[in-house]
Design a protein around this ligand. Structure first.
Ligand code: UD1
Length: 358
């Protein structure tokens, strides 16, 4: 079986790593990087750490408006598909690279398989929600991480080809925990002069929080008012927005560049609490047993909220501060994302599908 995998942004490197390695064991994988993320710390470092192979193609599309970025990807992906003629195209998550991969393949009548299908925030103002809904509609195989995701698809009349397989991010997390040695963990905390469970880890990058100065200032005001040290690795789009605001961080801040996967994992594991608008970090916090405040009004990972380990605080200064002061989850953490074998399950479904259809 010849599979062409499309990746382009940081979370996709994390999701693709376990499956790519398995695919290469017995099949032919062509890896296409759209170049949506191009900074070393948002791209290359993940390939090195997670053992992803060098991409066979890098389209180097870079940044731009949604239309321009997606259009450049479409043109580039189509060209590669015509040349490589894969049996199936594999796309991950909900970025512009996901949608471009799915659309280019569907128009050439190449079956699309979507990893992390069925997630919904039910808010079409989010670029990721548009990408998810359209990609799911175009996919022949839909790999759902949770039963909620499978239910969401059924509610939209998409049942055929949908499978609940668990979350590939669990596979990567388990490997990451094996790789991050105790020595590496202590060295990182020492370097940042932090003790376990005595600091907060914050990340922020969603367009709704960064592109409008109001929620951004409100979130930053809360961060600055907190008493504990805050570790804040800053995504490039957020860095630009913060600079434009002229915000000054208090001295207890550890303002960092975007972190490699293992460093981020270590800092998550040892934090007292995580504040984030990232989907991946809400899940990782839950898996690691670290309380999470989500800086959004809704989440796709509703199970983490229902279990009592994730609290939606939005961007309001007071709600964030109150959450930091009083949120203390105690409930049991049910495993709802599978046990780390999602990539094995996906591989066997892909094999059955291609045997039947080719
Ligand atoms: C994208 C995804 C988002 C995902 C996130 C992970 C979409 C619509 N959004 O958002 O779902 O959670 O990746 O990070 O696909 N930039 C750099 N260097 C880079 C990449 C980007 O400086 O390597 C800057 C550029 O100025 C760019 C901005 O970041 O304009 C936004 O980048 P883009 O890839 O468009 O979206 P993300 O915010 O990263």
């Amino acid at each position: 079986m010849k599979i062409l995998s499309v990746v382009g942004a940081r979370p996709q490197f994390i999701k693709a790593a376990p499956l790519s390695q398995k695919l290469r064991g017995t099949h032919h994988e062509v890896l296409l990087h759209t170049g949506q993320h191009y900074d070393y710390l948002l791209s290359q470092v993940f390939f090195e750490e997670l053992g992803l192979p060098e991409p066979d193609y890098n389209l180097g599309v870079g940044s731009g408006s949604h239309g321009r970025q997606t259009a450049r990807m479409l043109t580039g992906i189509e060209k590669v598909l015509l040349q490589e003629k894969p049996d199936l195209v594999l796309v991950y998550g909900d970025t512009n690279s996901t949608l471009a991969g799915a659309l280019a393949a569907a128009k050439l009548q190449i079956p699309v398989a979507h990893v992390e299908a069925g997630l919904r925030s039910f808010d079409l103002r989010m670029p990721e929600e548009i990408n998810r809904v359209l990609t799911d509609r175009l996919s022949a195989l839909l790999f759902c991480p949770t039963s909620t995701a499978l239910r969401n698809l059924r509610a939209e009349g998409i049942g055929k080809g949908a499978h609940r397989v668990g979350d590939v991010m669990v596979d990567t997390l388990q490997k990451g925990l094996r790789l991050a040695s105790q020595r590496q963990q202590s060295a990182l905390l020492d370097r940042l002069e932090l003790r376990p469970r005595s600091y907060l880890l914050a990340t922020l990058h969603r367009a709704a929080n960064t592109d409008d100065p109001r929620p951004l200032s409100s979130i930053l005001a809360a961060f600055n008012a907190l008493e504990e040290p805050v570790v804040f690795p800053i995504h490039p789009r957020t860095r630009k927005a913060i600079k434009a605001l002229g915000w000054k961080a208090r001295p207890k801040f550890r303002l960092l560049k975007p972190l490699p996967y293992l460093d981020n994992l270590i800092l998550q594991k040892n934090a007292r609490l995580i504040l984030t608008d990232s989907g991946g970090m809400q899940k990782e916090a839950y898996l690691l047993g670290v309380p999470c405040l989500t800086l959004r009004e809704e989440t796709e990972w509703v199970e983490t909220v229902e279990a009592g380990w994730n609290l939606l605080v939005g961007s309001d200064t007071e709600s964030i501060m109150e959450g930091v002061r009083s949120f203390r989850p105690r409930g049991r953490r049910r495993s709802f994302m599978g046990g780390g074998d999602a990539s094995d399950r996906i591989l066997s479904i892909l094999e059955r599908f291609t045997e039947r259809n080719l």
